[in-house]
Design a protein around this ligand. Structure first.
Ligand code: ADP
Ligand code: MG
Ligand code: MG
Length: 866
């Protein structure tokens, strides 16, 4: 069996399609080798070895070591150097990488193969003592930290004791001695001199790192569960730290923050490895290289074009220049902000690189939510503290937290607006980064850990704000020697401009870019599902319409009764002793309802509006305080004793399964009649005003039997006939029902006889299908999710297997008695891409979701149809 895949410029055993086997890095290196790009030769040990290692008590396949050895022989032949040789030592980097890139999760060891003897060979070969010693020093440090788990700070402490500007070489020798001593003290063994031992210790550590807690956390946060493991790439070293004609850097073929089609990136001269991303020195803008190293810049530009044309995707490229020779060390599809992903996809269609369909498929529907991030309202005064780099777009305000742990601590105590403010970030900070609303770092560029992670998460970030000084001990931040802030003070950051400002600034909803509008137009060419919205306030309805909703799929009328002006009247109605008093109350509510509906109809401007009759458990309206009770007593003219008995009788043990939905209407038909009247009268008004037909769907909730819908439908129809002349074609109405109880799904054939449309209320349907209370289930559902007992919270993404089955049954049975039955889904899950896909596949006509999710659902609907 093949356990080793070789690559070198011009040839490779693998290729770019073999990501799951070679990891993203290994596959990318192979593909670039096949393109004859300057890739230092090396070999990749595939993910199947990691799997073997984990399943066989950390043993390797028996032929692995011999295959690696013969692979190394070939690399030696290509480089004319020899691993462990004292004259011409070959050095390696040992790099990890799974098929999904996990920034910073697993560590790379550079300069492997150096020891007390080979370091002399390196010096002779390069005629550069400082370089050789510095490389050795770096190797001991990385090997000690990554492989032997020695705390990095202990190395840093030694390093910073020496002034490295003068007497460099002498100091380096001392540092190396101290490093070795530290190594011995920490591990109990001498620093490993045998290069093959160095190699296998390191490979071992990489495979083990697959299961370190950082990697596990990252996979968990990103829902990555299906991977075999990591691959390991052993690659010959090239050196960016060989003086002023050497450099290392990272470039993006386009701007990953804005999407602009301009070359973008950073480099550092005379530097190695992660110096650029670690944020230890703030790197130069790549444009500086045009003057600084013009030949290298041109070469890099040439490779940028080759890679982007070849992969048809924005690339994130790592390179190193060794004494004016350029090497490419990695390429991958660039992580980018949501805004950039839309712009890039649309630009690439316009450039003829990809098709419209490909462009649509490239957008992660959920990431579109990030586009709806607020920006800072320009119409206000503000006080600018400082400016850093605009690393991840969006504006955020919150309390300054000086560590990821502080974020966690405050978050647990219920604080949500938190800004993580640190010198730089590391993979250990991931959780705190996740919980913060924004990030601010002193060091690090646009490609630093903080920037990359923030863009991935869609969290606003400002990096490289060199003006700030963080004093951890005194829990203070000093900005530009002018302002002194304490941990817990509030600041606002703007990740689109890099600005850091005083206090909490007002923010506004974003306006969409022209590329976004273009993309959304293309989407409408492909999608079949109609996207509606769940909304009842004018603000929400308007927002949803601006986001492209083609109607209201669920207008929850009960929300209209919790208004302080209306609640007492509502109470009077519920607690009324007789029909007369109830009707008096309803008469008072009618004008409110008419106004409410009129506004919604007007905003929807001819698009259909689905009005759901009053649904909630009545107890939600009952008065509790003495004051409220007395108010109702006064209004409804009954004695206190009577009232108290009434209240007691209305108490339910299980209100969510009690007197709610259509059951209320069966007992007190007047309520739905009032709402019907309001809807029709509002429609008439609106029709007069807009001179356009108005389309309403009247929806009866919580039906479980044919009889219920039959009775209610007859009442509604009669009521409408009294209000509308037969020949009115301006007001179109349909009467339908929600399917939110398992019995309704099963009896759908009978129910459809009386319902012109179904809307699947998947919140209640999930609740009643599982026997789960959605208000209390989070405690154990989280546990279920963590332990893989459920894949996802069924209230977030529809449970296709169970609840989905009920939906399929209802569709099939409903259509069997009414072939033109209209079908919609209006649960919370309607905005989840997976659920939208399900709706498309089972043949629903529409999905209704909350306003902010309308664009998400539209994209998901188009993707499902492609
Ligand atoms: P990551 O997964 O964190 O991106 P990499 O394996 O890409 O880790 O290594 C990090 C950095 O180490 C690279 O960006 C590059 O600068 C340096 N590096 C890796 N391999 C080599 C090599 N063969 N020669 C020189 N530098 C290397
Ligand atoms: Mg790394
Ligand atoms: Mg890398």
């Amino acid at each position: 069996k093949q356990w080793v895949y070789l690559f070198s410029a011009g040839q490779a055993d693998g290729d770019g399609s073999m990501k799951s086997l070679l990891g993203g890095k290994g596959a990318g290196l192979s593909e670039m080798s096949l393109l004859s790009l300057p890739v230092p030769p090396g070999l990749t040990i595939p993910t199947t070895v990691c799997q073997y290692f984990n399943e066989n008590a950390q043993q390797y396949p028996s032929t692995l070591k011999s295959q690696v050895k013969s692979g190394l022989r070939k690399v030696e032949a290509l480089t004319s150097c020899k691993f462990g040789d004292v004259e011409k030592p070959l050095l390696f980097s040992v790099r990890s990488g799974a098929s999904v890139s996990m920034p910073g999760m697993m560590d790379t060891v550079l300069n492997l193969g150096l020891n007390d003897e080979t370091v002399k060979g390196l010096e002779k070969q390069t005629n550069n003592k400082y370089f050789a010693l510095d490389s050795y020093r770096r190797f001991i440090q990385m090997f000690g930290n990554v492989v032997m788990n020695i705390d990095m700070h202990k190395f840093d402490q030694i390093f910073s004791k020496y002034d490295n500007t003068t007497k460099q070489q002498e100091n380096l020798n001392k540092i190396i001695q101290e490093y070795k001593l530290l190594f011995k003290n920490e591990t109990g063994i001498d620093f490993v001199q045998d290069v093959y031992k160095q190699l296998w210790y390191t490979i071992n550590a990489v495979f083990k790192s697959w299961n370190n807690s950082r990697a596990i956390t990252y996979r968990k946060l990103n829902n990555i569960s299906s991977l075999l493991g990591t691959a390991v790439t052993v690659q010959s070293m090239v050196f960016g730290n060989m003086g002023e004609s050497s450099a290392t850097g990272v470039v993006f073929t386009r701007n990953p923050s804005t999407g602009e089609n301009i070359f973008y990136g950073e480099y550092l001269k005379n530097a190695q490895g992660e110096d650029v991303v670690a944020g230890i020195r703030t790197p130069n803008d790549i444009n500086k290289m045009k003057q600084d190293m013009p030949k290298m810049y041109d070469e890099l530009l040439r490779i940028r074009n080759i890679l982007e044309t070849h992969f048809k995707e924005v690339q994130d490229i790592e390179f190193t220049i060794q004494q004016s020779t350029l090497y490419i060390l990695q390429t991958r599809n660039a992580k980018r902000s949501s805004r950039a992903s839309v712009k890039i996809a649309v630009d690439m269609v316009n450039q003829g690189i990809i098709s419209k369909k490909e462009a649509i498929l490239r957008i992660d529907p959920l990431s579109i939510k990030n586009l709806l991030h607020p920006t800072i309202d320009p119409n206000q005064g503000y006080h600018l503290y400082t400016k850093g780099l605009p690393a991840s777009p969006g504006a955020a305000f919150g309390k300054i937290c000086l560590s990821a742990n502080k974020v966690k601590e405050l978050h647990e105590s219920g604080e949500k607006d938190l800004i993580l403010c640190t010198e730089e970030t590391s993979p250990d900070d991931i959780e705190g980064m996740h919980l913060s609303k924004g990030m601010l770092t002193k060091r690090g560029g646009m490609t630093s850990h903080a920037a990359v992670v923030a863009r991935g998460m869609g969290t606003p970030a400002v990096t490289g704000a060199g003006d700030i000084q963080i004093n951890i001990n005194e829990k203070k931040v000093i900005i530009g020697n002018k302002y002194e802030l304490k941990e817990g003070d509030i600041i606002t950051i703007d990740g689109s401009t890099g600005e850091v400002m005083k206090g909490q600034l007002k923010t506004i909803d974003v306006t969409f870019s022209s590329e976004f509008d273009t993309l959304m137009k293309w989407i409408d060419e492909y999608k079949r599902l109609t996207i509606l919205t769940n909304a009842e306030t004018p603000d929400d309805v308007l927002r949803a319409r601006n986001f492209g909703a083609k109607g209201v799929g669920l207008c929850r009328t009960e929300h209209m009764f919790f208004h302080p002006q209306r609640l007492p009247i509502m109470r009077q109605m519920i607690l009324a002793n007789n029909k007369e008093i109830r009707n008096q109350a309803l008469d008072k509510l009618l004008p409110f309802q008419i106004k409410d509906f009129e506004k919604i109809f007007e905003i929807m401007n001819g698009h259909p509006v689905t009005i759901r009759f009053l649904d909630p458990p009545l107890h939600e309206f009952l008065p509790e305080s003495d004051e409220d009770i007395n108010q109702v007593i006064e209004m409804s003219n009954i004695s206190k004793d009577e009232m108290m008995i009434k209240l007691k009788n209305m108490k339910e043990v299980n209100p969510m399964l009690g007197l709610r939905g259509c059951r209320v209407s069966i007992l007190y038909p007047e309520i739905y009649m009032m709402q019907t009247k309001a809807a029709i009268q509002a429609a008439i008004q609106c029709n007069l005003k807009l001179k356009k037909p108005v389309e309403i769907n009247l929806m009866v909730p919580f039906i479980s039997s044919e009889e219920e819908i039959e009775i209610i439908k007859t009442q509604i129809t009669k009521c409408i006939e009294n209000l509308l002349p037969d020949d009115n074609h301006q007001i179109k109405y349909q009467i339908g029902t929600m399917i939110e109880l398992p019995r309704a799904a099963l009896k759908a054939n009978d129910i459809a006889l009386h319902a012109e449309f179904f809307s699947f209320g998947t919140n209640d349907l999930t609740q009643t299908c599982f026997g789960l209370s959605r208000d209390d289930s989070s405690s154990f559902i989280n546990h279920y999710e963590r332990n893989g007992i459920v894949k996802q919270d069924p209230f977030v993404a529809l449970d296709v297997d169970g609840v989905g089955e009920l939906i399929k049954i209802a569709i099939q049975r409903g259509l069997s008695t009414r072939s033109d039955l209209k079908l919609c889904l209006c649960g919370e899950q309607g905005g989840h891409p997976d659920s939208v896909k399900f709706c498309h596949n089972v043949g629903l006509h529409a999905v209704s979701c909350s306003p902010f999710l309308v664009p998400v659902a539209r994209i998901a609907a188009a993707q499902a149809a492609i």
